[in-house]
Design a protein around this ligand. Sequence first.
Ligand code: GLC
Length: 439
Amino acid sequence: MKSKKELVEHLSTVLSDNWSGTYTRPAAHLYPHQWLWDSCFTAIGLRHIDVVKAQQELRSLIRGQWSNGMLPHMIFNDKHQSFTKDSNIWQSKRNPYAPDDIATSGITQPPLLAEAVVKVGEKLPLRERRSWYQDMYPAIVRYHEWLYAERDPHGDGLVVLIHPWESGLDNSPPWIEQLHRHAKPWWVRIVEKLRLDSFVRFLRRDTHYVPPGQRLRDIDALLYHSVMLRLRRKNWMTENIMDRSHFLVEDLAYNSIFVRANQHLAEIAKAIGHELPEELIDNIATTENSLENLWDSYYMQYFSRHFITRKFLKQPTIATLLPLYSGSVTKERAEQLVAMLKNKDLFHSTYPISSVPLNSGYFKEHGYWQGPTWVNTNWMVADGLERYGFTDEARHIKEQSLRAVEAHGPWEYFSPKDGTPAGAENFSWTAALIIDFIS
Ligand code: GLC
């Protein structure tokens, strides 16, 4: 067995192998481009090895910021062979706010930038930390302002997502159900009826690298693509996209992360003596209060909510526990969530925390976001648990994550039952966050 030092060395090598020259690829073959929340998690680990590189990772990320403030979920790597194909699929330049000199996707991803900036800042001496914050502050303010301006049209404080990829939890059950209910065009119905969906397999990149049983179903992949095409037809203009669409979700994971991101943004502003814009301060307060509106007092848990009907999407998932990370829920709520975490029918497995409860009809040990344990969600839940004083529970999650990685290496996800690995091998955020756990 490797010592902790040897393990950190090994994980650092994985990160340097995945380094593209300006940022860290999530996984060398499967994910060659730069992803928003991946780079944030990666920087959180990278800061322990090379803080300058961690800064470069995040600076590279804000290159892709749109002039309206949006941070895209992907920046395409123009040195990679898939660049032309991938950037042509998205055609971000159809939107007037997209940058001219860089190709990006047209949607966003969970707002972890403020967290990553603060974590990297912790590793810098005071003077450098201030200038680091000064550099990053405007981008974060503009991003959070954009979320309120475009994604919270009713001003109720909760951000609306328009594609499951924005949640980062791609095939999480509430999204899959919404997808089939609200986003199935006639031609996909025909493909489904004639059972032609397996032909989609030939067009997919992910299943070249990862066994199909560990990814999205073909029909779901086709639907994701068709939603993306619809958004592209609307030129990635939020207003046009939200008009008449019913595929709109106030996502629990995203909003829990947003609450925390706002706290970090306020911390950055304070450290550099800036006042946040007044409107932003008001919006931030509304979001903190509104998270509690996602609590269902009958089912005694938080859910995502449909934006138009205001109905809860009653599928518990790893998002159920993320209000712990927000830090804004009461101690009583935190205790209720911890009880779910410790319940053997729900989330208490040998290698916690499964991405859906063990008793969910969706549960599949290696089924992407429908069963496996992911280190990034473990990191967020453990971080929240610590802040609420549940240190033993947090330690257990970290220890078991470490054990799975010690045994198999930093894979993309693991079976919550026996820790067997799945998805992409040598996955950057797993490597980075385990380094953070050890450090
Ligand atoms: C998958 C994950 C997403 C991640 C991306 C790159 O799509 O679901 O969360 O950002 O891969 O690693």
